[in-house]
Design a protein around this ligand. Structure first.
Ligand SMILES: [Zn+2]
Length: 376
């Protein structure tokens, strides 16, 4: 998720654009040019409309972000993907009421913008028509752009209110349920409702609604399931910390180590990820997948340091294990360095997480009994 073009910062939040975003602009230019039959004028209109959409998505995500910041939750970045935006919060809100406000803030920005546009449109005598399709009125008039932006805001606000994960509406539903029942049950309910909705959407698409609707239905169905699994993971891992689960007895490589040394260590132990250290200083991590890639590209005599990952943010040993699991997934890695007070302690790996997960799923009392043993 860290890949992308850095754009600018708002309230300390880095806004990034996925590499594919310029492609969307070109695609829109071609689509508008051919479908409106207006050549360059159509292409220009397409680029203007998509650029404005992009600004609207940023404002929507800033709505979530500023609400999160007001509860002291750090926002790591906003990533703009071809399918929409994503505000990455450092942690989940603790109270359902906070999740409700943070989730609702995005769509509220869109409705507020739509309202402002409607007032401005009225004041300047611009007729706002709801047009979602690709068609060009008399020309690139202010009224035409106004209408598009108005419609886009209404659509974005309403679409995001669909009560299904990963839409904001799914989170709103979960938070409302969580005010009455416990969080994981609320999530299960919200996942089921969202997936039920996805099935209905899919059927509607199949019986005449169109292919696009089926596509969205599939996307919602699987994304909802993923949210359910994530919360189940969080529940099972409970309050187990990184300190209790990470691998501390591991061997390090030096800046002069070759891949051959890493292979020898892999063969003689169960270790498959390697910190690369210059004395006490951590330089990076050679993960298993990086090792495989390096061997294929450069052979066993290449230096490990040339292929290690240097972009991995260390985690504190006091961090909850479920948070470490999310960080592993976000960084698209199997291992993260564990560092306390500037001192390298070891690695927390995907295997460490699944070890605890397996134990906890077979033995439901795992978390509480573990706490019991620790106290004696
Ligand atoms: Zn949103």
């Amino acid at each position: 998720m860290d890949r992308g073009i850095s754009l600018f910062k708002v309230r300390g939040i880095q806004i990034r654009m996925h590499y594919t975003f310029p492609l969307i602009l070109i695609f829109a230019a071609i689509q508008f040019a051919s479908l409106t039959g207006r050549g360059l004028t159509g292409a220009l209109f397409g680029v203007i409309v998509i650029s404005i959409l992009f600004v609207i998505v940023v404002l929507h995500e800033l709505g979530h972000s500023i609400a999160a910041q007001s509860y002291g939750i750090q926002v790591k970045q906003i990533v703009l993907l071809p399918i929409g935006g994503l505000a990455q919060l450092a942690r989940m809100p603790e109270k359902p009421s906070q999740e409700l406000v943070i989730s609702a803030a995005g769509p509220l920005v869109n409705f507020a913008l739509a309202a402002v546009l409607a007032v401005l449109g009225l004041a300047y005598g611009q007729e706002l028509s709801l047009q979602f399709g690709i068609r060009l009125p008399a020309g690139i008039t202010l009224g035409a752009v106004f209408s598009y932006v108005f419609a886009a805001n209404l659509f974005l606000g309403l679409f995001n209110l669909l009560p299904a994960f990963p839409m904001d509406g799914g989170r709103i539903l979960r938070s409302l349920l969580a005010m009455r029942i416990d969080y994981s049950r609320a999530t299960r309910w919200a996942v089921t409702i969202g997936q039920g909705l996805a099935v209905l959407m899919g059927l509607w698409g199949f019986f005449g609604g169109g292919f696009f609707l089926i596509l969205i239905a599939f996307f919602i169905f699987f994304a909802a399931g993923q949210e359910g699994r994530m919360i189940k993971m969080r529940q099972l891992l409970g309050d187990v910390t990184v300190r209790e689960a990470f691998s501390s007895q591991i061997r390090s490589l030096s800046p002069h180590s070759t891949l051959r040394e890493a292979i020898a260590l892999t063969m003689s132990s169960i270790q498959s990820h390697f910190p690369v250290r210059d004395g006490e200083r951590l330089l990076g991590v050679l993960t298993r997948s990086r090792l495989g890639e390096a061997l294929r590209k450069a052979g066993p005599d290449a230096f490990a340091a040339k292929f290690m990952r240097t972009d991995l943010e260390p985690v504190s040993p006091d961090e909850k294990l479920y948070i470490a699991q999310q960080l592993l997934a976000e960084a698209d890695t199997d291992a993260l360095p564990v560092v306390e007070g500037g001192q390298f302690l070891g690695l927390v790996t995907a295997q460490d997480v699944s070890k605890v997960y397996r134990l906890a799923s077979r033995w439901p009392g795992f978390t509480s009994s573990r706490v019991g043993t620790a106290e004696t």
